[in-house]
Design a protein around this ligand. Structure first.
Ligand code: PLP
Length: 394
């Protein structure tokens, strides 16, 4: 049996049409298959590999930490240097008051923890979220998913949830003294890169403060330079009560986390104690990798690269007759083609020519470009040329 046949037989999949490309190795903005083909990775693992594949700083940190110690004791009991140093560094970079990080393994778990903390902190139950947002695949995070299509089959989910339209100022009145948390993204990613209109996040913050609801920002795709600032929240200066992180947080290793004030976070340690626990969350190798990736991001000022990368793609693609619109925040981009058929033809055409792109869960008329932030201008131009050739054939 070939590896692909074994993949289909023994590896569980939920994608009805997996890409089926065998990965042999990856470096920088490329990955390679054993048949000698090279692919541009213009997705970066959906915002994971901001520092590029095979980043030597990350590899060295992983190797060193794996040799020193891996898992020792369930999370939060022993003092583990990579965790402590990483949490302290994140706290230093986030606005004041967001100074306590609870590490987990994934984005969905970070959202679970954040929502539980908000319920615990407010004593309320209602969870408000935005249409067009994806927050994870566990039953709690799915309960605040911004669309019915992917969750209908799994109901009943959490009770007492409410969906609002992103950017609808009038809808903010539905956030009330019953609301425990409002979860939103500083830029909606799976909605097809939807930016907040001027004043919207400020008004959302104000409404949450007014009624005593906790504002949770899902920064799982927007953090670590992707949108042109280290965290997406810096785009407006709106400071939430809780921030969810994952994806690039681990520098390519599995890591998630939610961040709150020390005072708020401590609520999870009493009445009941162990309000959230995890065996593997904050694994020392993952934290060492994440910290190395963060230091690399700072040293090479990758947040400052996101805007020129995005602007160059935009200038090379936006005037193409097949492109209706380029929506973007830094290097988080949606190339709007106006129909699902065109989007699918583009994604498939790109793959056939060695460029990995993707669509969005809540926008199937646009394809995504979110490359590693280490991509050079020449690589942007070269990949944009391939994209243009594919668009020509639509
Ligand atoms: N939130 C956002 C904005 C995401 O894009 C994702 C994953 O795509 C998640 C949460 C869930 O993260 P994970 O897949 O690590 O559970």
């Amino acid at each position: 049996m070939t590896l692909r046949e074994q993949f289909l037989k023994h590896v569980g999949q939920t994608s009805p049409s997996p890409l089926m490309i065998e990965v042999e190795r990856a470096e920088g903005v490329f990955f390679h298959s054993p048949d000698g083909r090279r692919y541009y990775d213009l997705i970066a693992g959906v915002g994971v590999n901001n520092v590029g594949h095979g980043n030597t700083a990350v590899i060295e940190a992983v190797q060193q930490q794996a040799a020193e110690y891996m898992h020792v004791m369930v999370y939060g009991e022993t003092v583990e240097r990579p965790q402590v140093r990483y949490a302290a560094r994140i706290a230093e970079l986030l606005p004041e008051g967001l100074d306590s990080v609870y590490f987990l393994n994934s984005g969905s778990e970070a959202v679970e923890g954040a929502l539980k903390l908000a319920k615990r902190a407010t004593g309320r139950t209602e969870l408000v979220s935005m249409r067009g947002s994806y927050h994870g695949s566990t039953q709690g995070s799915m309960s605040v998913m911004g669309g019915e299509e992917y969750r209908r089959a799994f109901r009943p989910l959490l009770p007492d949830t409410r969906l609002l339209d992103y950017n609808d100022f009038d809808a903010l009145r539905h956030i009330t003294a019953r609301t425990a948390a409002v979860i939103a993204e500083p830029v909606q990613s799976e909605g097809g890169v939807r930016l907040p209109v001027a004043g919207y996040l400020e008004a959302l913050r104000e409404r949450c403060t007014e009624v005593g609801a906790m504002l949770v920002f899902d920064e799982i795709q927007t953090a670590f330079g992707r949108t042109g600032t280290m965290f997406g929240l810096e785009r407006t200066g709106v400071v939430p009560d809780i921030v969810c992180l994952a994806k690039a947080l681990g520098g390519g290793m599995p890591l998630g986390g939610f961040v709150a004030s020390r005072e708020t976070m401590s609520l999870l340690s009493s009445d009941p104690p162990l309000g959230h626990i995890t065996t593997f969350g904050g694994h020392p190798v993952c934290c060492a990798a994440g910290l190395a990736a963060l230091e690399y991001t700072l040293e090479h000022d990758l947040p400052a690269r996101a805007e020129p990368i995005g602007a160059l793609y935009e200038s090379l693609l936006s005037s193409h007759r097949a492109v209706q619109e380029v929506r973007r925040a830094g290097a988080l981009m949606a190339i709007e083609l106006g129909s699902r058929e065109k989007m699918l033809a583009a994604v498939q055409g790109l793959l056939a020519r060695g460029v990995l792109s993707d669509w969005f869960l809540f926008c199937d008329t646009a394809f995504r470009i979110s490359p590693p932030l280490t991509i050079t201008d020449a690589q942007v131009a070269d990949s944009a040329e391939i994209i243009t050739e594919v668009l020509d054939s639509l």
